[in-house]
Design a protein around this ligand. Structure first.
Ligand code: 5GP
Length: 236
């Protein structure tokens, strides 16, 4: 497979064409942004860590019956994925109050929710990814009710799988953001699952092992990402 012209550059990844119209080439970047691009930086090694961590999660989820866009790893920083049309709805699932939820409903960060909850955000940088509901999704024509129901069902299933899997690695899954794509008419899991898109806390010490270390200037960002890869794969 050959890397052809660049199709797109996002905040964390570049996407290239390949000679197969159904397959794209993803390159993960070290660039880090937060607060809708207001905070910018570089996390050395982030691109390869997120690529390897995402590949690990995608492979594990595929084994448990979740269809993802992942095709195969090319090298530490790059993977091949199915070409999808990204649904402009970010799906956030939460087990513990943190970040914007803690602010919005006045819960102390760390409060365990009585049940996992799912939220939808409009993937639009200019608007700052606002929280939206099924009515907004309908009038904006972002997804059909069937597609939305499928994304919610998949998010809850993925949450159940990830919570159990990570518990064994002594990692608490606080919350995470998923993006879905349409591939041959079907909703499949796309984008990435990494410390950029999840809140991971050490199960014993509650130490943050994710992008909140960058967002909140806590230091040791790269070490936290490395620790997640190590817990998942035993790789250093
Ligand atoms: P919050 O709404 O509390 O800021 O984020 C909830 C969860 O979704 C966190 O795990 C956060 O990392 C993830 N998340 C939400 N929106 C985005 C986004 O635009 N980019 C990234 N990388 N993660 C997001």
């Amino acid at each position: 497979m050959e890397k052809l012209e660049q199709l797109y550059e996002g905040k964390a990844k570049k996407i290239y064409k390949t000679e197969d119209p159904d397959v794209v080439w993803l390159e993960y970047k070290d660039d880090a942004t937060a607060f809708n691009g207001l905070k910018k930086g570089t996390i050395e090694g982030k691109g390869s860590l997120n690529n390897l961590i995402s590949a690990h999660f995608f492979q594990m989820l595929e084994e448990k019956g979740i269809t993802t866009h992942f095709v195969k790893l090319i090298n530490d920083r790059e993977m091949l994925c199915k070409d999808v049309k990204i649904v402009l709805v970010e799906v956030v699932t939460r087990n513990i109050a943190a970040g914007s939820l803690a602010k919005r409903i006045g819960y102390e960060e760390g409060t365990v929710l009585p049940l996992p909850i799912v939220e939808f955000y409009y993937k639009d940088d200019e608007l700052g990814d606002p929280l939206i509901n099924n009515y907004h999704i309908k009038i904006l024509d972002l997804a059909t009710p069937e597609q939305l129901a499928k994304m919610e069902e998949m998010a809850l299933k993925i949450n159940e799988i990830l919570v159990g899997y990570l518990k064994d690695k002594r990692v608490t899954l606080v919350d995470f953001k998923l993006e879905f794509g349409i591939h041959k008419g079907e909703i499949i899991l796309a984008d990435e699952i990494s410390p950029d898109t999840c809140r991971f806390w050490d199960a014993d010490t509650k130490e943050k092992l994710d992008k909140d270390r960058f967002r909140r200037d806590l230091g040791n960002v790269e070490d936290a990402y490395k620790e997640i890869l190590k817990r998942l794969t035993g790789q250093n």
